[in-house]
Design a protein around this ligand. Sequence first.
Ligand code: ADP
Length: 243
Amino acid sequence: MKSDIKLIDKEGKRLDGRKRDELRPIKIEVGPLYRADGSCYIEWGGNKILAAVYGPREALPRHIQHPLRAVVNARYNMASFSVEDRKRPGPDRRSTEISKVISEALEYVILTEQFPRAMIDINIEVLDAEAGTRCAGLTAAAVALADAGIPMRDIPVACAAGKIDGQVVLDLGKEEDNFGEADLPVAIAPRTDEIILLQMDGHLTVKEFDEAIELAIKGAHVVSELQKKALLAKYAVAKEVKQ
Ligand code: ADP
């Protein structure tokens, strides 16, 4: 959406003071939920999101079972109090779409063939939303999967880039998402840089598109280090206690 609102000032600073290639502050906590097999709480800018993993367990009802691999079922949900105007509770087109793309991205890295006829449920609950929730949700879900001990080829991670005031920038905030020209969420398997989720809202030239992908992947690598640090913070302590 085009608008007259200035999103980048004369010094190149964005509305929240960030530079073009700067992420919002991110905090990741591993295992906050007692009953889930794996869980993660993430704060990413103004987003607050919980991810909980259950499984692998027998897929029921039986007709959803796959004889050769596990079924991965991610469910993205936004709490009605997570946005400014109360959101109507329950699934809608947007949450169905986000659940689908996140399920497919995570299924790609999980070693599903190790669990025939099983299902892995991933619940992503957005408690506070401030743009970029699908990236933050996927990032939290990946940590929750690792916390559940589910074997994966890599720990996936996501980050968006976009275009505001004619410039390609990293990790759009709420106003930037509302009044900017494009948003490009990207998820990768960071060891190989394989892209496992790519969506685009708005318009970019081919050159801007390449620039945005490169910037999003760079940002995703920074987030990937935070994921690993959070997992080590939990499991390094657990190992020490055991010895
Ligand atoms: P993402 O959260 O992945 O960026 P969108 O681009 O669809 O996904 O949404 C951008 C932001 O718009 C969300 O993070 C949220 O802050 C806001 N938003 C989304 N859906 C609603 C809604 N139904 N009501 C109010 N705000 C919403």
